[in-house]
Design a protein around this ligand. Structure first.
Ligand code: FES
Ligand code: FE2
Length: 422
């Protein structure tokens, strides 16, 4: 992300827990106890120009973004435990590219283009399953591949002197894991390691034990809105009062101008607000603010007392983190002005297997909030297609939208621009 310092500030503004209101804020903040001072949050000093209106719906521009941003970044595409055993596979679509994720015999998760090297048929036709005999077999002429990608057999092929199986292995895709998510990167040439792109996330979010969490509930939806609108929506809670009345009851801070921690004292210095204001007694984001399972065992005391913090790794991984559950969004572009979003509710395995575990208690806040966000993004999508809508504007509290927009601009100019969490 472009390290754009908000106009008045000398340090990069970090959005904290609250900002994320309805899953809005984009930046996760360190728990108060781990910071030497309160969160540094700097509103914009003046209006900032939004992205060009046609970037949200123009097909030619969308192809440019797919090439430079989506095929040039680490993208979270699945949970690793969807590939529990050797031979388990999943097929995922990333902006029209069919990718095959498999766990090989050594337990490593690998990614390939789901494409046969003979004459290009897709290999796996189902969304997921287990490969029989540890082989990936093409449904067309039955060429088969090992889980490590090597071509294994080519039945009935008449021999020729120029056949070289070593040159006809599966087309590999870079893959790596973090936090229990499988990431892929379709970039060509030199690609920054996933760890580098994740920036502060692994260290700051370590206590949540993301890699050990399991999916308690999954919801997939298609939303008629451009991926950038969805990201921008996650970057601000300026919209929370009109859009998320239920959430605002839990987090009164969101009613205050759609942001917290931006007020200044008489000396113009930021006032220290280590966390947003939550309704008294709030332990986590559930309808009554109460937890019904223990907090994640790796959390420190400060994190246990922090009902909510958000994190965003653009362009597609959104995390809403609470002391006892995580609501994760994986966003995938399916065309100009359209995305597919996979919402996962993640828990410790012991939580979901507890007798009487009340899943519904944990679903409702984000189910309602995510649906409200999707609806508003769709309304916005319809509006930005207006002839004459050259661009929107970001107000001071939308400083993270501005940072996101600057990253998009930079990435389009220079695809080598670093990927960073917001
Ligand atoms: S296209 Fe796969 S075996 Fe022919
Ligand atoms: Fe929202």
């Amino acid at each position: 992300m472009a390290n754009r310092t908000p106009s008045r500030g000398t340090r990069l503004a970090r959005k904290g827990p609250a900002a994320a209101a309805a899953g809005q804020p984009a930046v996760a903040r360190a728990p108060a106890a781990t910071q030497s001072r309160g969160p540094i949050r700097e509103p914009l000093g003046r209006l900032a120009q939004g992205l060009p209106g046609h970037w949200y719906h123009d097909a030619d521009h969308h192809r440019r973004e797919v090439d430079r941003i989506w095929f040039g970044s680490w993208i979270a595409v699945a949970r690793a435990d969807e590939l529990a055993a050797p031979g388990d596979y999943r097929v995922v679509d990333l902006a029209g590219q069919s990718l095959l994720l498999v766990r090989d015999d050594a337990g490593t998760v690998r990614a390939y283009h789901n494409t046969c090297r003979h004459r290009g048929s897709i290999l796996c036709t189902e969304a997921s399953g287990r490969l029989r005999g540890g082989r990936i077999t093409c449904p067309y002429h039955a060429w088969s591949y090992r889980l490590d990608g090597r071509l294994q057999s080519t039945p009935r092929r008449m021999p020729t002197p120029d056949f070289d199986a070593d040159r006809l292995g599966l087309l590999a895709v870079r893959a790596d894991l973090w936090g229990g998510f499988v990431f892929v990167n379709l970039g060509t040439g030199t690609v920054a390691p996933l760890r580098e792109s994740l920036g502060w996330m692994p260290e700051r979010l370590a206590g949540y034990g993301l890699e050990g969490l399991v999916v308690g509930h999954r919801l997939e939806v298609e939303v008629a809105a451009d991926w950038k609108l969805v990201c921008e929506n996650f970057c601000e809670c300026f919209h929370c009062p009109p859009v998320h009345p239920e959430l605002c009851r839990l987090v009164p801070a969101y009613r205050e101008g759609g942001a917290w921690g931006l007020r200044r004292g008489r000396d113009a210095a930021p006032r220290i607000e280590p966390t947003p204001q939550f309704r008294p007694g709030t332990e986590t984001l559930t309808p009554d603010g109460r937890s019904r399972v223990p907090p994640f065992r790796g959390l420190g005391e400060a994190e246990r007392r922090l009902p909510y913090q958000p994190a965003l790794l653009p362009p597609n991984l959104f995390l809403n983190l609470h002391p006892d559950y995580v609501n994760a969004h994986l966003v995938f572009p399916v065309g100009p002005g359209r995305v597919r979003i996979v919402y996962d509710w993640l828990f410790e395995p012991e939580a979901v297997s507890r007798p009487g575990f009340d899943l519904e208690h944990y679903l409702s806040v984000w189910r309602v909030t995510n649906a409200q966000d999707a609806r508003n993004c769709e309304w916005q999508q319809r509006g930005v297609t207006a002839r004459g809508f050259s661009h929107g504007v970001y107000v001071p509290q939308e400083f993270d939208c501005h940072r996101f927009a600057q990253w998009v601009r930079a990435k389009l100019r220079r695809p080598s621009t670093r990927q960073r969490p917001l």
